[in-house]
Design a protein around this ligand. Structure first.
Ligand code: ATP
Ligand code: MG
Length: 681
């Protein structure tokens, strides 16, 4: 490997050994970042002290305890990616156009280009994270087309926006991911050791017990930390969150790591620090394959990258060595360009490249630049690079072959995933009073109102009172329907996290859905037992309490899964809030109480068969009034007046039919969560 020397300000790669002073072009000496032989860049700008050397060794030791697998070569040929335009109907948009290149292990590859040039799209395609759109061309990892399952298990992806669990602490977040993503054979002690090594390596120890927090909640958002004076709280927060995301990507010991704008939102010092840490991964014994999109990096950060891909309007205009080679290429190929200043404030390699290519894009010369690249000797060199090592691909290790042929998208089995979700996510949610209050208070308040209004009325068997009792049974049936709305926000707001964790192979859809159900059902069990017992015994109902409780439990559970179905299908919370109340309100009219079954218009009356609230109310009515001798109107009993029971169905059968709705909506929720794609992916 060879390095060109450059000044720190220019962003060109630097190398120096202990005690070496460097003279730059203008004859002056300059302070440089120091690159030790393993590629670890020390933050100090001048001489090494013994302490610094010790720190560098510690970092290296930590990293080798985390890293065990080698990186793999990623080759992509003729990638063309097309999506349907999201606003212009029937129009197709080509986001990538015959993109060809290679990302090698032990190197840092930067993806640069103006906004909208297709950087994230290319990264997503390479990482196998595109679920929508049409992709042609090939991506080979280690010489073989990787399965989605392989990519889930053996690649790390750091998304542009942080996707972390708000209620967990930094240490818990890493431990949770470690327990989910490391093989069952890895003992707890090793999992803990890896988490500890990463906390040290990522300098996250000061905030290990601080909650991640969210937009409405303080956490590593700096409130509990005392950030360095030079570093404002928000930057400290972004830095910690970004490091935490990188830690998550590294935990599973990936072979490839993709980072989408890991430096955006960070100050230049922090960007450098974060990327230095990533670079250390590419240089340690088990070199990893790193590809990152970057936006306006500082010269120091830019200098850490070995290779550079520049995209314009979905086409590559440069793919080669970073630094002077890139500048040489553009200056030679396009002599009309102003040359890059070699000193002064404007001597910034990244900025010069970005401004040159952005100007070309804006002036409609993107294709001209892309064509020039395809006609260049550099392109031919790159094409020969693609086929290099082809012969050796058949000699890849057995482990690699097994990894590439992996059948399971998740590392751990369903039951383990469920247990870990309960252990971390459920417990952390239950720690949050807002979570519990939002699920309990509304039901308890309704219960209090019903008790105040109806206490003791169950004992009065007079025909006048029968209507009151059936009204109460109706309210008791339909109120849990409203509760369905409270189950939607969690799922919709958590969607980016769910998508990221699914793509990372942490768990399967069924595991996630079951964990959500367990989380809610524990609360529902407590609430339903309390509410139903208070109402049943204070009112003085006659039927069986167990049925009275089970109907409430099943109805509230159906509301929950209906909420999940809508939340999984709806584009956002506004749409979900529009659909669900409309559906639930519609059901209220077909229970058989608001309008008697025999009075429903014929053409739509059949709909009551599809109304789970009808079965719930009918079961409760039979439970209360069956066998009561009192007549209501004429010779009709109260039940006959409401056309009950239909087809001789018993109260338990009504409950059974209602339960079938639960199963149906549960399956629909699973299908929606698994197959409904949202966003640009
Ligand atoms: N379905 C779609 N309909 C319309 N435009 C789309 C669609 N999908 C993506 N785009 C646009 O295509 C462009 C390429 O997207 P991409 O996210 O890859 O760009 P990028 O280079 O990463 O940009 P940035 O630097 O802003 O992150 C963007 O302008 C994006 O808005
Ligand atoms: Mg992007």
């Amino acid at each position: 490997m060879s390095y060109r020397l450059g000044t720190e300000a220019s962003g060109l790669p630097l190398i120096a050994a202990k005690g070496l002073s460097i003279k730059v072009a203008d004859g002056s000496t300059t302070e440089v970042a120091i690159v030790v032989s393993d590629g670890t860049v020390l933050p100090q700008k001048s001489a090494f002290s013994d302490e610094q050397m010790k720190q560098a060794e510690l970092k290296k030791a930590d990293m080798s305890s985390v890293r065990k697998r080698n990186g793999m070569k990623v080759v992509f040929r003729g990638l063309t990616y097309t999506v349907a335009h999201n606003s212009k109907r029937k129009q197709k948009l080509q986001l990538l156009k015959t993109v060809t290149g290679v990302i090698a292990p032990a190197q840092m590859t930067a993806l640069m280009g103006p906004s909208g040039s297709g950087k994230s799209t290319l990264l997503d395609v390479l990482a196998g994270r595109k679920t929508a759109g049409e992709l042609t061309g090939t991506v080979l990892v280690g010489g073989k087309p990787p399965s989605r399952k392989f990519m889930r298990r053996y690649t790390g992806y750091v998304e542009q926006f942080d996707t972390l669990v708000d209620n967990l602490t930094v240490q818990e977040m890493l431990a949770y991911t470690a327990e989910m993503k490391l093989e069952m054979g890895v003992g707890m002690a090793e999992k803990r050791a890896r988490v500890e090594a990463l906390l040290r390596q990522l300098a996250l120890e000061p905030c290990r017990n601080v909650r991640i927090g969210g937009s409405m909640q303080r956490g590593i958002s700096g409130a509990l930390l005392r950030p360095p004076a030079a570093c404002p709280a928000q930057q400290e927060a972004d830095r910690n969150a970004k490091r935490c995301n990188i830690g998550i990507a590294l935990l599973s010991d990936p072979r490839l790591i993709f980072l989408d704008e890991p430096t955006s939102g960070l100050d230049s010092y922090t960007s450098h620090e974060v990327m230095e840490m990533v670079m250390a991964l590419t240089r340690t014994n088990n070199s990893i394959t790193v590809c990152a999109t970057i936006h306006s990096p500082s010269p120091q950060t830019f200098g850490l990258f070995d290779k550079l891909i520049i995209l314009l309007s979905g086409r590559i205009v440069y793919f080669g060595n970073n630094g002077v080679d890139a500048i040489d290429y553009f200056e030679r190929r396009f002599p009309e360009l102003d040359r890059m200043p070699t000193s002064g404030a404007n001597a910034n390699c990244a900025e010069w490249l970005l401004s040159v290519t952005t100007q070309a894009d804006r002036s409609g010369r993107a294709d001209e630049y892309a064509d020039a690249y395809q006609e260049s000797a550099l392109f031919q060199e790159n094409i020969s690079l693609l086929s290099q090592g082809r012969g050796t691909e058949s000699r890849i290790s057995i482990t690699t072959i097994q990894e590439l042929a992996v059948k399971q998208g998740t590392v751990t089995p369903l039951w383990w995933g469920l247990w870990i979700l309960v252990k971390y996510r459920l417990v952390s949610n239950y720690r949050d009073p807002k979570f519990l209050l939002g699920r309990i208070v509304d039901k308890l308040l309704c219960c209090v109102v019903l008790i105040i209004l109806y206490a003791g009325r169950g004992k009065d068997a007079s025909p006048d009172n029968l209507i009151n009792i059936s009204s109460l049974l109706y309210m008791y049936t339909v109120l849990p329907g409203f509760a369905a709305i409270s189950y939607m926000p969690g799922l919709v707001l958590e969607r980016p996290l769910y998508i990221r964790e699914r793509s990372d192979g942490l768990y399967s859809t069924i595991t996630y859905l079951l964990s959500k159900m367990v989380e809610e059902m524990l609360v529902v069990l407590f609430v339903s037992l309390t509410v139903s017992a208070c109402i049943f015994f204070s009112v003085g109902f006659h039927g069986q309490y167990v049925l009275f409780w089970l109907v409430y439990l099943v109805t509230i559970s159906i509301g929950m899964v209906v909420g999940y179905v809508v939340a999984a299908w709806a584009v956002d919370l506004d749409v979900a809030n529009g659909i669900l109340p409309g559906y639930i309100m519609g059901l209220y009219f077909f229970t058989g109480y608001a309008l008697r079954l025999q009075n429903l218009p014929r053409w739509i009356g059949w709909f009551h068969y599809l109304d789970f609230l009808h079965y719930a109310w009918a079961s409760l009515m039979l439970n209360e009034f069956e066998g009561r001798p009192a007549t209501f109107i004429g010779n009709q009993t109260f039940l006959e007046y409401y056309g009950l029971p239909q087809h001789g169905i018993t109260k338990w059968e009504y409950l059974g039919i209602e339960f079938l709705f639960f199963i149906m909506f549960f399956i629909l929720a699973w299908v929606a969560l698994k197959y409904k794609k949202h966003g640009n992916r």
